[in-house]
Design a protein around this ligand. Structure first.
Ligand code: HEM
Length: 524
């Protein structure tokens, strides 16, 4: 394994530090470049774009000033532009933003091969994810997708997921909320959900329990923090308007790039160790329902393949589900009517169970039957998609269904946040949180994934969708049956990282419910 910070980079770094000898040529061309950027940024500040769908481009520097001005608010910026565009598509060459379902279908399905993953996000994540499913294309992606789809669709994996959720919820989450409700302590529910999800995904992927929710396992905490830091620093790379800056820092092995190298190396060490232990113990010996055991048992994949694949899966599932459920609980905190409707559905399912089961957690089939809860979760994801913006890179010149021209090498970015708030797709009440819009005669009705690409769409659609919905339903049922909750500080601003988190966390106070289930003492 080679990392940045090679001997050559060290030599250069050492020689640059004492006296930065900058040539006259470099200095003058840098000044000219900076002058162009400043001049254009000023122009941009005082001048309105001439067209709502094609943003102004400047001599020499093209659309760079737009990106520099908005690189820390790409989501808000692109949403504003899309709302003002009659076709819900805006060109800021070399980028096209779209919230148009026909364009989304074209890019994600009809012309799938022409829009692989690439660009700044892939180069930013490459050191961390290697050739993992999340950023690979072509044959490399197909092989992983095929094997993973098979495993993700097995009944035994779903049962395993639910078992892990129950164990974590009943053994850790409920006692934690009970303690907080008795002491009056405020709980950051976002942090709780993130720790819960990390424990959960590590059980599913490696059969390892870092017990982050308990906060008691030193090695588990080290793994949790290293993963968190590596993921966030990679995304910070992708957000920079000038990738050259992070590439230079990486080459010099300084600042955030040094921290990133260290955290990635910690994550890689842990995952290598899990693979080694699993191979040594032999899959089938003990717990063999986790993904790593399934891959070790079924194939002859190399350790490197396994590591890249597994880290990708952890990344895909670790941030998205907690972000989604945090926003859901934020919506619930101001909607007692929705909370009551969910409780009513839970009561009605419990009443079918008969007396002997009133203190048990719900089974898979019962969770599937929760139509209103499914509608409420989908409604929250519509307004607060965990992955609000996704890019694809165009391989050959193309034209989108609405007539937008896309040149080779350009990035097409679809914005599911803007799509979720689009009147054309959802009607006049599109800004309202109204779970009923998903129900027909009490049954949940899905919509086309191209109009609602919250879990992506087409051949690369999210593999963990069902699993995530099961997890969110089970968790919500356990919390709402057992506790009343109250938001203690105003929240609602988003913070864009691996997924769309809530800025400042979600501080909640809990109170045990008299009418809640008597105990959560059984793990089925
Ligand atoms: C609410 C929760 C979730 C949301 C909103 C979500 C959303 C998404 C989205 C938008 C993508 C496309 C990403 C891209 O192409 O760059 C994706 C892909 C993926 N997701 Fe999820 N996800 C969720 C939970 C999960 C979970 C829990 C897992 C695994 C246990 C998972 C596994 C994956 C994988 C493996 C891919 C890559 C698929 C491929 O490229 O072929 N996801 N997800």
């Amino acid at each position: 394994m080679t990392y940045p910070g090679t001997p050559l980079a060290d030599v250069v770094r050492m020689s640059l530090r004492p006296k930065m000898e900058v040539s006259f040529y470099f200095l003058s061309s840098s000044c000219l470049f900076l002058f162009c950027i400043l001049a254009s940024a000023l122009l941009l500040l005082f001048k309105k774009p001439s067209s709502p769908t094609i943003l102004q481009s400047y001599p020499l520097i093209g659309t760079l000033p737009h990106f520099i001005k908005n690189c820390n608010r790409v989501l808000e910026w692109s949403t504003e532009l899309l709302a003002a565009s009659p076709t819900a598509t805006v060109t800021v060459a070399p980028m096209v933003f779209t919230a148009n379902p026909s364009n989304v279908e074209h890019v994600l399905k009809t012309n799938f091969d022409n829009y692989p993953k690439g660009g700044s996000i892939v180069s930013a994540l490459h050191d961390f994810l290697g050739r993992g499913i999340f950023i690979s294309n072509g044959e490399q992606w197909k092989v992983q997708r095929k094997t993973a789809s098979f495993e993700f669709n097995t009944k035994s994996l779903r049962a395993f997921v639910l078992h892990a959720v129950r164990r974590e919820a009943v053994g850790r989450l409920v006692p934690l909320l009970r303690r907080a409700s008795r002491s009056g302590e405020v709980v950051d529910l976002q942090d709780v959900f993130e720790r819960f999800a990390f424990d959960n995904i590590c059980s599913l992927v490696f059969d390892q329990d870092p017990s982050c929710l308990l906060g008691g396992n030193e090695e588990g905490e080290r793994f949790f923090h290293a993963f968190d830091e590596a993921a966030h620093l990679c995304i910070d790379r992708a957000k920079q308007a000038l990738p050259l800056v992070w590439k230079l820092k990486k080459w010099l092995d300084v600042g955030s790039e040094r921290r990133l190298r260290e955290s990635m190396s910690t994550v890689h060490e842990f995952v290598d160790m899990f693979i080694y232990l699993k191979r040594r113990r032999g899959a089938g010996d003990g717990g063999d329902d986790d993904l790593l055991s399934r891959f070790v048992k079924n194939g002859e994949q190399s350790d490197e393949f396994l590591r890249d694949f597994l880290i990708s899966v952890v990344l895909a599932g670790r941030d998205t589900t907690p972000a989604a459920i945090t926003w859901f609980f934020w919506e619930l905190s101001s909607r007692p009517d929705v909370v009551e409707a969910i409780r009513e559905e839970l009561r009605s399912i419990r009443s079918k169970q008969g007396e002997k089961r009133t203190d048990e957690v719900f089974a898979l089939e019962e969770l599937r039957g929760m139509h209103y809860l499914h509608a409420a979760i989908s409604e929250s994801l519509r307004l607060h998609p965990a992955v609000p913006l996704l890019p694809r890179v165009c391989e050959r010149d193309d034209k989108l269904p609405d007539g937008t021209k896309v040149c080779k090498g350009w990035t097409v970015m679809y914005n599911s946040y803007a799509m979720g708030r689009d009147e054309g797709i959802w009607g006049e009440d599109c800004k309202e949180f109204r779970p009923e819009r998903w129900l027909e005669e009490g049954e949940f009705q899905a919509v086309s994934a191209f109009r609602y690409p919250v879990f992506h769409a087409g051949p690369r659609m999210c593999l963990g969708k069902d699993m995530a919905v099961i997890q969110m339903k089970a968790l919500t049922a356990i919390i709402l049956e057992g506790f009343e909750m109250e938001l203690v500080e105003e929240r609602g601003k988003h913070q864009l990282s691996v997924s769309m988190r809530m800025e400042g966390g979600l501080p909640m106070r809990f109170r045990e419910r008299q009418a809640g289930t008597k105990a959560f003492n059984l793990i089925k």
